[in-house]
Write a protein that binds this ligand. Sequence first.
Ligand code: UD2
Length: 312
Amino acid sequence: MPKYLVTGAAGFIGRSIASALLERGDSVRGVDNLSTGKRQNLIGLEKMDFLEGDLADPSVCAKACEGVEIIFHEAALPSVPRSVADPRSTNVACVDATLNLLIAARAAGVRRVMYAASSAAYGETPTLPKHEGMLPAPITPYAVAKLACEHYLACFTRVYGLETVSLRYFNVFGPYQDPTSQYSGVLAKFCSKMLAGQQPTIFGDGEQSRDFTYIDNVVAGNLLAAEAPAENVAGKMMNLATGKRITLNQTFEILKGLTGYNGKPAYAETRAGDIKDSLADISRAKAALGYQPSVDFSEGLRRTVEWYKTLA
Ligand code: UD2
């Protein structure tokens, strides 16, 4: 029986966590409904026991949790604008699926669940950096769904004794992030477009900023959270990011150098539900997990562009 379950294992973050676990010799089961995950992301993960199925179906959750000790729950329908266009699908894929998974995890005797929470929970509050003591203020269906799941996780620790930890990711990027959907993360879109000589579009004036976090930092944070003493993590949530931010305009300039694109960006209207600035205080993760981001933004972006070049 595999020790670890990774949900969303055919997606960007799930596949990256599964790969790190397999590389250190651990046994892993992966589950994915392949709605946004891709079968080709499973290449290189052949040792993983892969289950195709939807966590909105409780019987899939029961099968996925069987014999497992630790879960990394990355499956979701990511994207703020997707949730604005279709709130119900986001709710089913995020909230229903997470509740089903927690119920199945408890029934199967799983010890710990790490959850991919989101910085979107902070909403448009002006305080920077965002710290975990702030009251959440979600402004989009996606943010509401991600935050609701945090509460379910904390509740399952409190009420049922399942160890859970919510890791609030801040704009993760890196290899395997899908650039092809209208809902893809901005850096995936920009890298692949600019490498192809196509003009990227910046929504708004480009002065919005993000704490863009390279994938290896997020994987490392998850592995640390799985090993941390229960008193440091169980029932808690914490930011997982870099503690630095950069604007889209600045990022575009760096990408010009890395991709060889020499045009200008197109500017379009600000996206509904967008927030202006995002920056994490990462002191809680440092104290609780011994987390330290090891790959900075520019090195992460360089590695990411190199990876998208291999797709071209
Ligand atoms: C949110 C969350 C993030 C994660 C993600 C999942 C915040 C601050 N961040 O990311 O933690 O959960 O959702 O999807 O809530 N943009 C362009 N051109 C494009 C695409 C995007 O200018 O072609 C802009 C977009 O308007 C936004 C920024 O780039 O200002 C980042 O957009 P995104 O969709 O990559 O991520 P975001 O911040 O909604």
